[in-house]
Design a protein around this ligand. Sequence first.
Ligand code: CP
Length: 319
Amino acid sequence: MNSQRIEANFKGKHILSLSQFDEKSLQTLFTTTDRLITELESGKPLTYLQGTVATLLFFEPSSRTFSSFAAAIKRMGGDTIDYQNPLQTSSAVKGETLEDTMRVFETYSDFIVMRHPEKGAAQQAANALTQIPILNAGDGIGEHPTQALLDLYTIYKKFGKLSGLKIALVGDLQNGRTVHSLIQGLAMYPDNTVYLLSPERLKLGAEIKNLVQDKLKLIEITSDEDMPTDAHVWYWTRVQKERFEDLAEYEAIKNSFILTPELLEKKGNKDLILMHPLPRVNEIDTRVDSDPRAYYLPHQVRNGMYVRMALVGLVTGKL
Ligand code: CP
């Protein structure tokens, strides 16, 4: 098993970081996703994963990632071992290590999808596996590569390209793993400009910035007054309560930037799309939901299942 670059071959590879991808592998994923959507829409049941069992091991809460992987695998004819909340219900409670947990589920399943609160846990888990791949469904404040894959697919389907775009990333850029993965994807394509808007305390960290700043034009802004009016995407994120030790600090900054119909009227353009990995708390006013530019529901969510269908099919070598 290894976590090397995907290039032309997804089969058997761990999916840990967006940095494993390039334009070619993303195009393969998107073409496969398009194909599966067409096949699904034909109404014929898909059987690519018949006989395949995946373990979904989620040490942190999830609605979309857990359920969309489950739906993706089942819509492809596969089955899942569903393990949510293992820190309450698995032998991890008794002190079993992550490595031993991996070696156990490796004997039951053909691949593992894991979310974990610790940055680096997906790599740690991958190091313990010898037979099957693991897909990182979010490792603490590290990365969330499969979210970025569906985000990039959503942007690609709207604009027909992933280059020459202006994208504003807003919210918790320091702890937001979806942002950490997405920005690496945007950096793979030429001529992209990324605007960064966050509370001072939650600015994009140096580690991610150093990875992308030579490949993207990065513009830090401090007020929603400076939102780019010619943007293609406004990508909003949640200020994450669970990443704060001091809840008073969270309360003080949680509502720093809220996407409202008034802001959209003032700074938006007609071709803009509004994205958010979800869940949202208060940072997108629900009055925005009925705007046709609101892609966070349902476009982005729906694409999550489709892209994950393609990804698991490719990683298992069934597609
Ligand atoms: N976008 C996302 O990761 O959502 P969940 O936390 O509900 O999986």
